[in-house]
Design a protein around this ligand. Structure first.
Ligand code: ADP
Ligand code: ADP
Length: 235
């Protein structure tokens, strides 16, 4: 069963004087429930645009995108926002955490927005996520007082607080040193183990090596695709 399907997905940006730049060219992509997919390719090849259009964060120029059997490309913004809030989690290179809130409050914010749980169960879920990602002791800390790796752990907790079906990541290890990046990847691999579908844009081959499938984008198309075996750690 596919959780996410794009067919004929195209995206054009106007490049002045009525001219259009085609950034995604009739993408066909099917992501299975529970799959871990990485997207690689040169800068400017359309990786981020693929992530943002397939998740409904950005509009598309042609084609369709179906998430859990619903065509999201034709949904009204309000409906789409609701679907994203409940069904999708996002992590980015820059973590976009709020500086005036502590770690716990950053994490629980989307849960209050979703308004589907009571305060007690939200706090319980946040505590469980912080424990799983190794930041339980930092709950009261200001965002400005933790490392980049710890911030990304908090961002992961925030992305998972509403128990999304799919986790999207745009270079989630891009701002981290290699030790912190490795730790974040272990956490992402564990999230995958628990059944969450994962779609990550990355230029890091170590990150991509953990995925079950790697897509290589070139000039707005998926130029190649590799299905890999299990990641093996070598010392
Ligand atoms: P990648 O993630 O592979 O580096 P992007 O998806 O960010 O590639 O960008 C693909 C192309 O689309 C680039 O040429 C970029 O300049 C262009 N692009 C991305 N976002 C916009 C935008 N909002 N407006 C105009 N052009 C854009
Ligand atoms: P990434 O590192 O994810 O590829 P970029 O640095 O390419 O991101 O783009 C950062 C932001 O600027 C994105 O929101 C993207 O949509 C926008 N952007 C990228 N290229 C252009 C462009 N040529 N014109 C307008 N916006 C752009």
């Amino acid at each position: 069963m596919y959780i996410l399907e794009a067919s004929g997905l195209s995206k054009a940006y106007s490049s002045g004087q009525g001219a259009k730049q085609l950034v995604l060219r009739e993408i066909q992509l099917q992501i299975a429930q529970g799959e871990f997919v990485a997207v690689m390719g040169p800068s400017g090849s359309g990786k981020s645009t693929l992530l943002y259009t397939i998740s409904g964060m950005d509009g598309i120029s042609a084609g369709r995108v179906v998430f859990k059997g619903r065509e999201i490309s034709s949904l009204a913004e309000e409906e789409l926002a609701k679907l994203r809030l409940h069904g999708m989690g996002f992590i980015f290179q820059q973590m976009h955490l709020l500086k005036n809130l502590n770690i716990r409050d950053n994490i629980i914010l989307p849960a209050y927005r979703a308004n589907k749980n009571r305060r007690g169960s939200i706090n319980k879920k946040a505590a469980e996520l912080m424990k799983r990602t190794g930041i339980a002791a930092l709950a009261e800390r200001d965002i400005t007082q933790v490392s980049g790796g710890q911030m990304q752990r908090a961002a992961i907790c925030r992305a998972l607080i509403n128990e999304p079906d799919i986790l999207f990541g745009d270079e989630p290890t891009g701002a981290l040193n290699s030790k912190a990046a490795g730790e974040i990847m272990e956490i992402i691999a564990e999230i995958h183990q628990t059944g969450t579908t994962i779609l990550l844009v990355t230029h890091d081959t170590k990150v991509a090596a953990q995925a079950e499938r790697v897509l290589y984008m070139l000039d707005g198309s998926i130029a190649a695709e590799h299905r890999l075996g299990r990641y093996e750690k070598r010392n």
